[in-house]
Design a protein around this ligand. Structure first.
Ligand code: FAD
Ligand code: SF4
Length: 513
């Protein structure tokens, strides 16, 4: 019998749980076999948050069951299967040894290291391996590379405009709806007193999820975070429900308060879709079209809808493009020569800095923090302290339910810490306590004084900020958008500069950096 006639082994990974996955196109339910495996190697490469483990394994088990319900043959290797070889490559080899299949069909991986591993493995397998494009993204790797070719700088804004034109989203002919591409300037409001965000739609754990919660609760006790507060969607119906909730109750407020932060309220008007979206339970283009329809039906203002679409069509696709364009070298970038350790309170939340404690508590309890908490609180602090980008990457990979290297790394090493030297962002997102005070209610409940720049009770962000600008003065001088702080620094008396340096050094020491 020819290899073609023998049927295919079709690989489905934990972040590939989409019914329209390219690896499943043309599937023959009688001859083909779908392989899914709970990989210990992938689960423990980082000590992922317990909720992330629950999410992925519960969603995988339910995906496998949906395939079986359609009459598809599935070889599902659970974690506690004594024969589990603990790795994806090992399971492909074992399946092929046990069943006479003619080829392997898979969708390209989201992670550079795993893709590299599987391409190497393909050379040693007894049958051919076909790798298909991951067409759940709106911009292919090749198309992004073509867009990037010959550009001096890669800027999300220009990429985003191309994507708007290519998809026709929020376009009137060849012009952007509303006469401008980006309404970000309208999306920076602080939360007014008395305005309350809608309650989060919690997804009660279903039977499969409860089973996996028990397994993770006992088997992965040493991983970060709480498991009992798990409330993420684990199948397409549950994911649709949180999307409905977002469109009904939150989209209209998403724009205005997109950058706001509020103590004890980690979710605000954010969609909470990233954990489901990143494993394939939702489709990005469908979400964007639905947002556009809400605008056209008068259900949400343009600043909210454009801002939301930009995150998915712009930022999400852009960071993926950068990741594939620049890996593996990207993972080694450390443009600011940061060598410090991550402070212990990133894991415990035990700090008097109210903003940091709140972000870490959200991460521990919900495997979530919203974008500005990730960027301007934990990311900003790590950059100002000079924490090594590897340690920062590790933290972000561990603590969030939506963490996958292709999206986490360009956000962390690029946007938040400028370790990539300016590929993702045109300048470091460095800020003193004044920014956090402007965008949140944190400072009024904090032990530190945000207005104090260098006294005993001064907000730690303040001295760290000026010390950062001082330490990197030469490098930052080349970045037009840093003109203002550099000018202020140049007018600063030497004694004040020295005092900031001394205070920042003492802070770093006290934090164990
Ligand atoms: C340091 C840092 C690390 C991050 N790590 C991750 C990560 O591991 N996984 C992840 O999915 N996102 C990451 N982000 C991006 C962003 O913070 C999250 O996507 C967002 O907070 C998820 O919450 P939400 O679904 O409520 O998003 P919303 O605020 O409702 O936004 C809607 C969607 O837009 C997309 N999006 C928004 N901003 C970005 C962005 N900067 N990059 C890519 N997609 C974006 C996400 O898919 C998100 O679900 C990171 C950002 C920073 C600054
Ligand atoms: S005073 Fe400083 S440390 Fe405290 S909440 Fe405000 S910004 Fe954060």
């Amino acid at each position: 019998m020819t290899d073609q006639a023998r049927g295919a082994l079709r690989l489905v990974l934990g972040d590939q749980l989409s019914d329209n996955l390219s690896a499943l196109a043309g599937l023959d339910p009688e001859r083909d076999l779908v392989l899914m495996t709970e990989s210990v190697a992938e689960a423990t490469a980082w000590k992922h948050h317990k909720q992330k483990l629950v999410l992925v394994w519960s969603a995988m088990r339910q995906f496998a069951q949906r395939l079986r319900d359609r009459g598809v043959r599935v070889r599902y290797v659970t974690l506690d299967d004594p024969a589990n070889t603990r790795s994806i490559g090992g399971e492909i080899a074992r399946a092929l040894a046990e069943e006479p299949l003619g080829r392997v069909i898979r969708t390209a991986c989201g992670k550079w290291g795993l893709e590299d591993h599987l391409l190497t493995l393909a050379q040693t397998l007894p049958v051919a391996m076909e790798t298909r494009e991951d067409d759940r993204f709106l911009c292919s790797r090749q198309r992004f590379a073509a867009w990037a070719e010959g550009r001096k700088e890669l800027r999300m804004e220009y990429f985003y405009r191309e994507m708007r034109r290519a998809t026709g989203l929020l376009m009137e002919g060849d012009k952007p709806v509303g006469g401008q591409w980006n309404f970000d300037a309208e999306n920076r409001k602080k939360l007014p007193a008395g305005v309350r965000p809608p309650a989060r739609l919690r997804t009660p754990p279903n039977a499969v999820t409860r089973e996996v919660m028990a397994m993770v609760g006992t088997g992965f006790e040493d991983h970060f975070g709480r498991v009992d507060t798990f409330a993420w969607p684990t199948n397409p119906e549950e994911a649709e429900a949180i999307l409905d909730h977002f469109f009904d109750d939150m989209l209209a407020g998403f724009g205005d308060w997109q950058d706001a932060m509020s103590w004890g309220r980690p979710f605000l008007w954010h969609s909470l879709i990233s954990p489901a979206l990143n494993i394939g339970l939702l489709d990005p283009l469908t979400i964007c079209r639905r947002a556009e329809a809400a605008y056209r039906a008068g259900q949400a203002p343009l600043n909210a809808v454009e801002g939301f679409i930009r995150q998915i069509l712009g930022w999400r696709e852009f960071v993926r493009g950068v990741y594939w364009l620049k890996m593996p070298e990207y993972a080694l970038r450390n443009a600011l020569d940061a060598e410090g350790k991550l402070p212990w309170f990133y894991w415990t939340g035990e700090t008097d800095m109210a903003c940091v404690a709140d972000a870490v508590t959200a991460a521990r309890d919900h495997a979530y923090a919203h974008h500005i908490q990730r960027l301007m609180v934990t990311g900003n602090l790590a950059m100002l302290l000079g924490v090594h980008p590897d340690a920062v990457d590790d933290w972000y990979m561990v603590v969030f339910a939506d963490a996958y290297e292709w999206v986490e790394m360009p956000n962390t090493r690029g946007m938040a810490t400028f370790a990539d030297g300016g590929i993702v962002g045109s300048k470091p997102y460095a800020a003193s306590g004044a920014y956090i005070d402007r965008m949140s209610d944190y400072c009024k409940g904090c032990r530190y004084d945000v207005k104090d720049r260098n006294g005993d009770n001064a907000c730690p962000f303040n001295a760290l900020y000026w010390d950062f600008i001082d330490r990197h003065e030469v490098r930052l001088a080349g970045l037009g958008r840093m003109m203002m702080p550099l000018k202020t620094l140049s007018k600063m008396p030497d004694a004040e500069r020295a005092a900031f340096r001394a205070k920042a050094a003492a802070t770093r020491k006290a934090m164990g950096v």
